[in-house]
Design a protein around this ligand. Structure first.
Ligand code: KG4
Ligand code: ZN
Length: 365
């Protein structure tokens, strides 16, 4: 167990290559909930994938190879340190696109082997889940809504490394639903920020889109019906004007907010039962979609009604970055945990391996 007298500072290099962002960062952990970002460099691969309207795994992996070494050098330079000042090297080991994961993890292994440093193979979702510890010192237990391009889950974070999944999506992830909506409407990629931007000029009441799963007992999600309804509405308008697109985006975002608020309220009620009435009522939103301001505002209202305190990292630390990986790695090292140099990357790696499959769930649970 860590206590004040045994706490020592840990400096970690964090590498993130699980999707289409190449990222490297240096983070110093001074103690539980006490971290400092010394550098945080993110290079998006937008141009490489733009022509395809989505991420091409092989292109992503090659693009990581091309820039990762330079990004690591830049992160160290910006932090004002060399490899000798590091206490460990962390890289995302899963879940994600396997080619990209292997690029980052192999690079981390090479640095760890050459410098005799501990290797920390980090679960990307844990990186998102623990970011609030770095940004505002919030420690578990808390209720977490993790909404990204590949995942949509409600989890109880019991402590770092121990998660109970309460709800998950039966089909698309929420970020994926935003991205598909944007693609359908001819907007750019990634779609979330584009949909949010157009929604700001739109009428959320113009299209009566469905709110899937509302009122269901378990806090699961489903977005495919909403996606289909949006496609039909868009087809009926074709060709859609700028205002039509804005109204479609606003109506979509409003349906999403209603669903997420309802599902989160259900998880909040279960959280009391699960964690005990005395458990602190903290509600954390993480992952790329947590950058969405309309969603944050809707959840703020819910939290005020349910007596939960809402926590979210700043937007640039909600989307993929190396700092969250370094921080999650530092948390592991502080607990005395590190990984063998032959650790394998994992395309699939649930935070709660014991969670029963949700009825009708695809492989994303
Ligand atoms: O966490 P993240 O960077 O990568 C994954 O781990 O998936 O999340 C990326 C996702 C994308 O689907 C993107 O469209 C979505 O987050 N996103 C947003 C916003 N910013 C990013 N969705 C809605 N509103 C936003 N402002
Ligand atoms: Zn992510």
């Amino acid at each position: 167990m860590e206590n004040a007298s045994t706490t020592r500072q840990i400096v970690i290099l964090g590498i993130e290559t699980s999707c289409d962002e190449t990222a490297a960062a240096v983070v110093r952990r001074r103690g539980p909930g006490d971290g400092q970002i010394l550098s945080n460099i993110v290079r998006a691969q937008l141009d490489a994938h733009a022509a395809f309207g989505g991420i091409v795994p092989e292109i992503a992996a090659r693009a990581h190879v091309e820039v990762l070494d330079a990004l690591i050098a830049q992160a160290l330079r910006k932090a004002g340190i060399g490899f000798e000042a590091l206490d460990g090297v962390a890289a995302t080991a899963g879940p994600g696109l396997i080619g990209g994961l292997m690029v980052g993890l192999t690079t981390a292994k090479a640095i760890a082997a050459a410098r005799g440093l501990p290797l920390l193979g980090v679960n990307h979702l844990e990186g998102h889940a623990l970011t609030v510890g770095l940004t505002e010192g919030l420690l578990p237990p808390y209720l977490l809504l993790l909404v990204s391009g590949g995942h949509t889950q409600l989890l109880m974070v019991r402590e770092a490394g121990a998660y109970t999944r309460m709800g998950t999506t039966l089909d698309d992830a929420l970020g994926e639903a935003f991205d598909k909506t944007a693609k359908l409407l001819g907007l750019g990629f990634p779609g979330g920020p584009e949909v949010e931007r157009h929604a700001a000029a739109g009428d959320p009441a113009r299209f009566d889109l469905p709110r899937p799963m509302l009122g269901r007992e378990q806090p699961h999600f489903s977005f495919s019906g909403l996606k289909t309804a949006l496609r039909r509405a868009a087809q009926d308008l074709s060709p859609a004007s700028e205002q039509d697109i804005a109204d479609l985006c606003a109506s979509f975002q409003s349906a999403v907010c209603d669903v997420v608020v309802d599902r989160s309220a259900t998880a909040m009620a279960l959280y009391g039962e699960c964690a005990g009435a005395a458990a602190p009522r903290h509600f954390v939103i993480a992952g790329g979609v947590a950058a969405n301001r309309a969603l944050r505002a809707a959840l703020e209202t819910l939290c005020a009604e349910t007596d939960f305190a809402l926590h979210a990292a700043p937007g640039e630390l909600c989307t993929d970055n190396g700092a969250m990986i370094a921080w999650a790695g530092a948390e592991r090292l502080a607990r005395g945990v590190s990984d063998p140099l032959n650790m394998a990357a994992r395309a699939r790696w649930p935070l709660d391996p014991d969670a029963p499959p949700a009825t009708g769930a695809g492989v994303k649970a």
